[in-house]
Write a protein that binds this ligand. Sequence first.
Ligand SMILES: Cc1ncc(COP(=O)(O)O)c(C=O)c1O
Length: 390
Amino acid sequence: MLMPLLSHKAARFTESVIRGMSVEARKYGAVNLAQGMPDFPAPAAIKDAACAAIQADINQYAITWGATDLRQAIAEHAGWHLGLEVDPETEITVTCGSTEAMLVALLSIINPGDEVILSQPFYENYWPDCVLAGATPVFVPVRPPGWTFDPDELAAAFSDKTKAIVLCNPNNPTGTVFTREELAQIAALCRKWDVIAITDEIYEHIIYDGRPHISLATLPGMKERTVTIGGMSKTYGVTGWRVGTIIAPPNLTHAFRQTHDYVSIGAAAPLQAAGALAYRMPRSYYDALAADYQTRRDKFTAALIDCGFTLQPPQGAYYIMAGIEAFGAKDDVSFAQHLVREEKIATVPGSSFFRDKELGRGYIRFCFCKKDETLDLAIERLQAVKKLRK
Ligand SMILES: Cc1ncc(COP(=O)(O)O)c(C=O)c1O
């Protein structure tokens, strides 16, 4: 239909492979280990707060850049968790998920010809975000083992054209949690080339083995040039609520609030009221969240290794990039299709996380943000892949 009428930007998009896999999962009755959404209940106190807010008729537009109490709670949380002193009046914007936050940030800072550095493999949305904002993405590879960058390759990606670097930490899809030393290398380059760092820290609380979560904004000279993105989706198990956050210096925040106003006006008011309670959850909640995910990680990585996948246990977030070389599959897409159709397990082909698709042919990505029964069923079904081993 009417394809010539599409914009050049829209014409460049294809359907999200991750969401496409969720459709396949439903069609074949598969366990969905593709899209990163928990299948266990959200905390009762947070759900009760949302219901109470609706009953109390908090049903009209909130302040465009976020309800006052929620911004206050986000600032308190950023203070103890990120080590960031944030002014809720001038440095916080609440958006419709961190997805909108990333787009708003890029739309607000990019001019034609500006380059944005992305590590590759990257979270699927960053490339379309660059297309929508009119940025030219420049890719820096991160490779196993360690799934981290080579400092020389990183340095070579910066130039006078670089406007921003997007860093996902903890990382989806690789599971890397960047060390202070790695962050310092990025920070030094941002300062040298006068570049804005946009850090997607949506997995800030899902981190293993006692590793610290270090926010890039806390490094010397970085607060004034860092945009810290987060949200409720992963920390409180409410991916469908669509509440995201941007912490940024006042001059950037001012621009972000205007762009956000024109993009969406604001996030759902009653869910923002519940968010104010969520961000004030006791620290024991966050400790238990990380501990529970670590148990899932240990169980699921052991099962994948037993089946013949090669992998590095993630240091954070809830994904595993699993090498499929042991199975003699033609490529990642055919292997993922076999898994969803024959073994009833939905995953994401590794190539979805690369612009250069060939680099991802040897991997599929599993997510393990699932309750015990779901993971047990997936592990039971996965036993069938042992027969595929060469
Ligand atoms: C790295 C990363 N950023 C952002 C998102 C989307 O988050 P939100 O639900 O806040 O839009 C995801 C979801 O999977 C993600 O993995």
